[in-house]
Design a protein around this ligand. Structure first.
Ligand code: GLA
Length: 732
């Protein structure tokens, strides 16, 4: 496993536990893509590049560059020289033309993986990961392109990134730089993406791949509610356990484009990178540009294996926080409890009641700063509104701590309200196009984080508050998308860099935050789940999944999210009923069971809910803590899907050593005249006996996995149950 260069064949063989990735060279030096898929014991051959075939029919039997390149499966296509499929790199020269031709110029293989300056990126020790760097050159521009491939054998993941270096004399402009490309022959692939909107993020959608280009993207300045930087191609009929899956996920939080293109010769090209719209990067002589990282994964055993490998990969090689595997505090957040209408008295009343119920942290949400009593002012003025709170922050935190709870706080540091002292003082700090009336969204503008002084100011505001009192947790929100893309700071030539520089500014701030406050538990958020992406996971071990906490809506949202991301990353709370977004009533137990699939908490006024509901909280908190270690490290199996029109939803987390498994079953809609439901467990040891904790019944692992466990029929909608199976202790 790892990376080998087979000199006589001119082939690079990258291999993981179950996959092989082969790169070959044409006689001219084009870097071709030979194969990605099931692990090969041999090293394949360059014949798969089809270099002997006439590229065009009828054709003279000479290799004409344009028709050859339009057919050649390549590792990194460039625009303007005859490959008419999607390009990954468009370079504009001083003369104004676009065209760049890359030929192999050398390689390097090393243990470990270098970090990417200014960008989030996966990591691993020298024992865990190996990196290949292929150097390509454009002779004409004296441009060097470094294609990096890092191989993580245990998770079947290969990450890719690209660095472009201008070693010539021309001032070049990069109009498009993608991070990854994968060329394959079509196999009637289906395309799977995650789509949605505010309050219904990341629903799984799947359909046949057609000729032409199918894509998901964002030009909103963030990864977005609507589309997600993830794309998978599946062989027809792929299930959780069968079929082949090619997945790509982008470690980036801004504009992206993820595309599959089926071309004339039934070839498929998957590409992923920063969206080229509104992007133009100056590459002056001597400068270089680093593109973000893309994660590539292949599973020959259905979606489930992809999911489990990605969960392991993100847990072990992307999320850095010390909180990741630690006991996470169960929190109560006052947003849906009070919205903007609160003071210290109200918060303390919530805290006291919450403490009695076993909840461990109080989070003060939006509305504590400036003169903020509604959402139309004060972003940027991060001074505590003591008049509204009727308390200073240190006093409030001290009182909460005395009650026996930790304290957390909400910020939205990237924003500026037109009605704020900051805006009155520095109107040019907002992203706007000079001379044009800027668009407000939620009555706010976005700060120009391409500007160092703005980053410094915004960061310092957060840091000052955190230094003023013992604050254990920050919810970092971002409540509007970017438009009016103009910076008063960047010169005319550099305006096309703003969208990417903005994201780099966000990363700079979060890097400083986690460095200066290493104990802080950081939860990212963006109007619910509009920035739930691998880039953010590098800084925060949990991200607010959605503003919709309705237990039924959450089933689809969490199923889509957990298709890629570990359960422990999904911020999930028990909300009040009727639910504030959809008005639905669901049992308190069900809300608890669904939220326990993620980073657990409450989003309600505990002083106002019924005594009956309140009395259930201590047990929920205990249950969450009991199963948390299993959920944080175990293998996740999707057993049934409400999203696939089943009347119920079911998932399982099994310990990696097969010692226990927790099944969550949600009967969404009751069906008349129906018997028990068989669910088929996974990840158990077949010859081992398991005890179902609640009833004491004993089952053989193979029975639970092959014959199934029968979920008893029950009346009523929105009912849920947990089933905990534990390996039976051998009698001495
Ligand atoms: C966003 C968040 C909510 C809440 C509000 C506060 O919508 O997703 O959880 O914090 O902002 O304004």
């Amino acid at each position: 496993m790892g990376i080998r260069y087979i000199e006589e064949k001119k082939i690079f063989h990258l291999s993981t536990k179950r996959t092989s990735y082969l790169i070959g060279l044409s006689p001219e030096g084009y870097v071709g893509h030979i194969y990605y898929g099931k692990r090969l014991s041999g090293d394949g051959s360059n014949r798969l590049l089809r270099m002997e075939e006439a590229p065009f029919t009828p054709s003279v039997r000479v290799r004409e560059k344009a028709s050859f390149l339009d057919f050649f499966p390549t590792e990194y296509p460039t625009g303007g020289i005859g490959d008419y499929r999607e390009s990954c790199l468009d370079v504009r020269s001083e003369s104004g033309s676009i065209g760049c031709e890359l030929l192999f110029g050398g390689y390097e293989i090393r243990k470990g993986k270098p970090s990417l300056p200014g960008l989030p990126a996966s990591f691993g020790s020298e024992e865990e990961v190996e990196t290949l760097q292929i150097i390509c050159e454009d002779e004409f521009f004296k441009l060097k392109v470094f294609l990096s491939y890092s191989v993580f054998p245990d998770c079947d993941v290969i990450t890719r990134s690209v660095r472009i270096e201008n070693a010539g004399e021309q001032h070049l402009k990069l109009e498009k730089v993608y991070s990854a490309c994968l060329d394959m022959d079509d196999r009637e692939y289906e395309m799977l993406t995650l789509a949605g909107s505010w309050a219904r993020e990341r629903h799984i959608q799947r359909g046949p791949l057609q000729y032409g280009k199918q894509l998901v993207s964002s030009v909103k300045g963030e990864s977005s509610h609507q589309e997600h930087p993830f794309l998978a191609l599946l062989t027809p009929g792929t299930t959780q356990e069968t079929g082949e899956v090619y997945g790509m996920n982008f470690v980036y939080s801004g504009n992206f484009l993820a595309q599959a293109e089926k071309s004339q010769f039934e070839q498929v090209r998957m590409t992923m990178g920063i969206h080229p719209e509104q992007f133009c990067w100056n590459l002056r002589p001597g400068e270089s540009f680093q593109a973000p990282e893309a994660v590539l994964i292949y599973s020959g055993s259905g979606l489930g294996l992809m999911t489990r490998n990605l969960h392991d990969f993100y847990r072990e090689h992307l999320i850095r926080s010390k909180h990741q595997f630690a006991k996470r505090p169960v929190l109560i957040n006052n947003w849906e409890a009070t919205y903007f209408d609160f003071d210290a008295g109200k918060l303390l009343a919530i805290a006291k009641e919450a403490k009695k119920a076993g909840i461990e942290m109080l989070v003060m949400d939006d509305g504590w700063f400036g003169k903020r009593a509604f959402d139309d002012n004060s972003l940027g003025d991060w001074t505590v509104n003591e008049e509204k709170l009727k308390s200073s922050l240190p006093e409030l935190v001290e009182k909460v701590n005395k009650i026996g709870m930790e304290f957390g706080i909400w910020f939205e540091p990237e924003m500026i309200s037109p009605d704020s002292n900051l805006y009155r003082e520095h109107p040019d700090w907002a992203i706007q196009i000079a001379g044009r009336r800027p668009s407000q969204s939620r009555a706010q503008y976005v700060l120009d984080l391409s500007r160092r002084e703005v980053v410094d100011y915004a960061y310092q505001c957060v840091a000052d508050v955190l230094h003023s009192a013992p604050i254990a947790y920050v919810k970092w929100d971002m409540n509007r998308q970017l438009c009016d893309i103009g910076s008063a700071w960047l010169d005319r030539e550099s305006q096309g860099e703003l969208m990417h520089r903005y994201v780099l500014g966000v990363y700079k701030m979060q890097e400083r935050l986690v460095t200066e406050f290493p104990d802080l538990l950081l939860e990212n958020c963006s109007g619910g789940g509009a920035r739930f992406d691998p880039g953010m996971l590098y800084y925060s071990p949990q991200i607010w999944c959605s503003d919709d906490v309705d237990a039924v809506e959450r089933l689809k949202i969490q199923e889509g999210t957990a298709l890629i991301y570990p359960l422990s990353t999904m911020g999930a709370h028990v909300g009040d009923c009727p639910n504030h977004v959809v008005g639905r009533n669901t049992p308190f137990e069900t809300r608890g069971h669904v939220a326990m699939a993620g980073a657990f908490g409450y989003e309600l006024d505990i002083t106002k809910i019924s005594e009956e509901d309140r009395s259930k909280i201590p047990e929920q908190v205990e249950t969450f803590h009991r199963y948390q270690p299993l959920m944080q490290r175990g293998d996740y199996y999707r057993l049934a899907s409400w999203s696939l029109k089943k009347p119920y939803d079911c998932w399982e987390v099994a310990a990696k050593d097969g010692s226990e498994a927790l099944v969550t079953f949600v009967q969404v809609l009751a069906q008349p005249n129906m018997h028990s439901r068989a669910i088929f467990l996974r990840g158990l040891q077949k010859d081992t006996e398991y005890v179902l904790e609640d009833t004491g019944e004993v089952f053989l692992g193979e029975e639970l996995m092959n014959c199934g466990y029968l979920i008893p029929p029950e009346q009523g909608d929105f009912r849920s149950r947990l089933y905990h199976f534990v390996r039976k202790q051998r009698e001495k």
